[in-house]
Ligand binder design. Sequence first.
Ligand code: DX5
Ligand code: ZN
Length: 220
Amino acid sequence: MDNLIKISPSILSADFSKLGSEVVSLEKAGADYIHIDVMDGHFVPNLTIGPDVIRKLRPLTKKIFDVHLMISPVDNFIKEFSKAGADIITFHPEATQNTEKTIKLIRKENKKVGISLKPNSGIELVKNHLEKIDLVLIMSVEPGFGGQKFIPEVLNKTKEIKEIIKKKNLKVDIEIDGGINFENCSVAKKAGANILVSGSTVFKENNGDLKKNIEILRKN
Ligand code: DX5
Ligand code: ZN
């Protein structure tokens, strides 16, 4: 079971004074993806990094850049993030006037498409797009900050989406993001998530032993 599970550590919890070496350490520690949280201080009440930082990180690793755009408007930045080196571009439907159009813009860049649902956002925002996307990102915290508490109510929504994906026999990943730790990672997987995002648990537990923390999340 665990080799089907991917771990995508969020660099929001990394040391921003040395992001380059942190990304290299994550690769060495066995991360499957690098989760990059982009925030604009408008869609969410926090401001992080933009395409220029991603462009600088890109040559340091071959690992998949799992870019989570918590920005609005989003369409006019898709090309920028694609050119900067994003591999998966995930957006929030509430951040665009037209979800179809945003999906097409990402497809045009030949990147993988993700749609992210905030804890209180219903599956109706993604249900009719499942055939056109690669990933559903279920937020298990309110977007904006690392280190928050996991919201277990999102597990029902996760199960529902997993059911639809299975019934339609689609190849869509389910990524869960926010407050994932050693205690709740197994219920997240049981609910249907096959990609776990983790910031604070990966960077802070076991004195910051990245390899050990990634392994525990993958295996538990
Ligand atoms: C929150 C971000 C998450 C966050 C995860 O808005 O989208 O990716 O960084 O960090 P932890 O694992 O600490 O909740
Ligand atoms: Zn995220």
